[in-house]
Design a protein around this ligand. Sequence first.
Ligand code: AGP
Length: 615
Amino acid sequence: MCGIVGYIGSNGACKILIQGLKRLEYRGYDSAGMALVGNDGRLNVHKSKGKVANLEQTAAAGDTEGCLGIAHTRWATHGEPNDINAHPHVSQSGDIALVHNGTIENYAVLKKVLSDHGVEFKSETDTEVLVQLIEYIKLTSNCTLSEAVREALLQVEGAYAIAVVERGEPDTLIVARKSSPLVIGVGDNETFIASDATPIIGYTDKVIYLENDEMAVIKRGEPINIVSISSNLPSKIDIHKLRLSLAQLEKGGYDTFMLKEIFEQPATLCDCLRGRITPDGRRVVLSGVELNKQKFIEAERITLVACGTSWHAALIGKRLIQDFCQIPVEVEYASEFRYGNPVLGPKDIVISISQSGETADTLAAIQIAKQKGAFVYGVCNVVGASIPRATDSGTYIHVGPEIGVASTKAFTGQVTVLTLLALAIGQLRGAIDEEKVYEIASALKTMPKTIEETLKVDTEIQKLSRIFTYAHNFLYLGRGYNYPTALEGALKLKEISYIHAEGYPAAEMKHGPIALIDHEMPSVIIAPSDSLYDKIISNVQQVKSRGGAVVAIVSKGNTAMNDIADFCIEIPEVPECLTPLVASIPLQLLAYYIAVNKGKDVDQPRNLAKSVTVE
Ligand code: AGP
């Protein structure tokens, strides 16, 4: 949520910043801006409402000279998206410019104090308070910019990743973070800073992940100096190697990132499974579990915490762990868990699931779980993100950068890792027999091929999507393992096509939602040939007999459903616990094509951001 990028070196900063913002645009795209410090020290600020392309045009018409700069793409929290509220914000004198990702919670109090001292504010944002406070401290204490930044941060409550530059200081870039992420790219005589590593790829593969409560002063030609904000003591600098390629950040011939990511799933699941099942298919090996065997053996309860799509994966994880490990499992929205005073102890394992590894609510849930003595395990995609660094151990899903705002390949990666995790824990605890492990692990091994097969429904779904493009409401129904798949299908449709859609356990229909059914309310019913198939047939009939159109997702060869449903989409037959993996493919495609038919921007849907780093 909001992306920041910065550069100090010997090349023109403007081009690097614009390119960096475009790579970060999935984090927010309602306005953008940049501040450049010319080699002679002059400060130029450019801002524009809307996407980064608008800023590119605005900046091109002005002065873009300078080898130092900071930039920002915004997802509005305080104040509507317009040029004034766009970052960078500048201090009253116009000397200091700052970009910020996060929320300053005590901004109202600080604003009042500063206003009482004659500081005039231009924007409605919380961020402007910080830059004004820095200048106020600098002027009243007669200190350096870095001392003023540190002092101001000690007075601020909330979350931030910031970058600051000053007029007349073409050799200094200051950054700091608390709760919001910040990565420093270390090049040859040049340094990059960004909310995540994507803007840095192609320039350097050496990165430093700034830790919470750290501030870095980056001076041209000098080693980077990192200190703790609270103690002012120097921090140890760890340089990590990035393992991402530029090709992973491109559309690769597809119209959109989302379509690329849907079609990439056979390959991403291959990466996700690599080396995790023994060649004979009889054992699942996850290093995070192996290294913490005792914790998993002694666990009395597992709680899964996540948000959005990751929460849907968690619901599937619950069934998997219950089925294979015989441990009580709970699933919580991270945002509810964090304020729910959870009762936890050392025999509890909390599994946090997150694609980005930066979701603020999930991070907060992890902190609470750790405070209460639980062992926290992470399932994450982005290597080196805040969540994998905050957890005690974990497993990466390794599906590569997911850029489309609507999560697709991360969902199937999460479900795959949760399946492996449930099998690994089940084996450790002796709760699952060898033959069952072999059956599921063998099916997982061939899952990339199975998904490739499933993707052949593409043309059929494209045709089907035209029939439903103008529906105003949709119901998604499923049972057992596929109730969460229904929730996920509905979420996909909502977020990119803006059609209202609800996911329900199919049998709950008769307790209320069935009142909504008429000829204008289509239902997508996930009905693979599993243990609940006979039950779901009667749910389909209940919808049909009330005039609702039914699209049924069925196992290959199920011709009986043709007589009941209006449209049948066939998916390959797999063990019951793996049906969400294949059933989610046609649902992703259906949402995608309906949104495209409606002319929507599927990669950057309105109001959404990929990394939700605010509460
Ligand atoms: C999914 O399509 C969403 N855009 C959203 O619900 C997302 O899954 C949620 O914000 C959680 O993100 P995370 O997995 O990065 O923590």
